[in-house]
Design a protein around this ligand. Structure first.
Ligand code: FMN
Length: 334
């Protein structure tokens, strides 16, 4: 989760018993390496990193992951098979996130060790298949462990996912709504007050299906025509360049790679290049009504901001209750 899964949040989640992924896809290479070092200072537990091969300095990040013995990498736009085999040769576990069955099969073909399947309920970029259906269909066709994501927040959900055959659950929105999450309180409050039906998918924001809280700003983007979209994106172009510290050349390189890789139209690609600045307005600067808030629908039924440790303990208590219930049902029937 760009600008959310910081060293502090990742370390707190790992220290509480989860396995956190550091968000490096929105960082330049020097910042990414500093973030890895900071996380290593804050926890002695294993953690992973999330990145993508189109970002400026991706190869330096790959080298740092290997040289610093980082346990796992997560990505949704797959590196080439060569990079994956380099990770694997160096003991780095490859756990891509996929939102569709065909992507799951391709990821396994390319060498994934495990998969996170994210159902359409999930926050940020997301597919169109609900978690339960995606999980079932992927489990039927792959041999690697499958972790379920999209819509989870509690121990009952964990028990249900395990009963379904998943190896575990992954949660984004729930961890974003914790004490250690760096998101400004005013923005966390906006998440707390969002309703399930206000957290919807639009392709207009960055050209890809993106689940966000439909505040006034996103409603405006969702209703806009290509020309007004272009104007919005150009106005934040300069800011994006400054914030990522990437050179203009790098920005162009990423832009054309996106064009080639995802077959986006030009206006969609410009939106895509500018979306980070709009997300930061809400998630970093604390202006929830003027920026974008990627969110899972689950935010609509989350009503507290616990610490990571409180959250994990609560989930395990709830899981025990569900497990006991399963056993009682089994015993009553035998
Ligand atoms: C604010 C936010 C930012 C996200 N950013 C990323 C990202 O940069 N890369 C990524 O692979 N997934 C990203 N995701 C998706 C999460 O990693 C996770 O798969 C998803 O949140 C799971 O669904 P849930 O929100 O229902 O828990 C993001 C999700 C949120 C809520």
């Amino acid at each position: 989760m760009g600008w959310v899964a910081t060293p502090e949040l990742v370390a707190a989640s790992c220290n509480a018993g989860a396995f956190g992924f550091l968000a490096l896809a929105t960082a330049g290479p020097d910042e990414a390496i500093e973030m890895i070092d900071k996380t290593l200072e804050l926890t002695d537990k294993p953690f992973g990193i999330n990145f993508h091969m189109f970002q400026p300095g991706a190869e330096q990040i790959v080298e740092a992951v290997i040289s610093k013995n980082i346990k796992a990498v997560s990505y949704s736009r797959s590196p080439t098979a060569d990079f994956i085999s380099k990770f694997k040769k160096n003991g780095v576990i490859c756990i891509p996130t996929v939102g569709a069955l065909k992507h799951a099969l391709k990821a396994v073909d390319l060498g994934a060790d495990a998969l996170v399947i994210q159902g359409s309920e999930g926050g940020g970029h997301t597919g169109s298949t609900p978690t339960t259906l995606l999980l079932s269909s992927v489990l039927q066709q792959v041999e690697v462990p499958v972790i379920a994501a999209g819509g989870f927040r509690d121990g009952a959900g964990l028990a249900a996912a395990l009963a379904w055959g998943a190896a575990g659950i992954a949660m984004g929105t729930r961890f974003m709504m914790t004490q250690e999450s760096p998101v400004p309180q005013v923005t966390k409050d906006a998440y707390l007050s969002a309703k399930i039906e206000e957290i919807k998918i639009t392709k207009k924001f960055d050209g890809l299906p993106h689940r966000l809280i439909f505040n006034k700003y996103i409603q405006k983007i969702d209703r806009s025509n290509p020309l007004s979209l272009l104007l919005i994106s150009l106005s934040s172009a300069w800011r994006y360049k400054q914030l990522t510290e990437s050179s203009f050349k790098d920005l162009l390189k990423a832009f054309f790679a996106m064009l080639r890789g995802d077959d986006l139209t030009i206006s969609q690609s410009i939106m895509s290049a500018n979306s980070p600045a709009i997300i930061q307005k809400a998630m970093v600067e604390g202006f929830p009504n003027e920026g974008a808030m990627p969110s899972g629908q689950v935010a609509g039924i989350i009503n507290n901001i616990p610490t990571c440790s409180e959250l994990i303990m609560q989930i395990m208590r709830e899981f025990e209750l569900s497990y006991t219930r399963f056993k009682e049902i089994g015993e009553a029937e035998s």
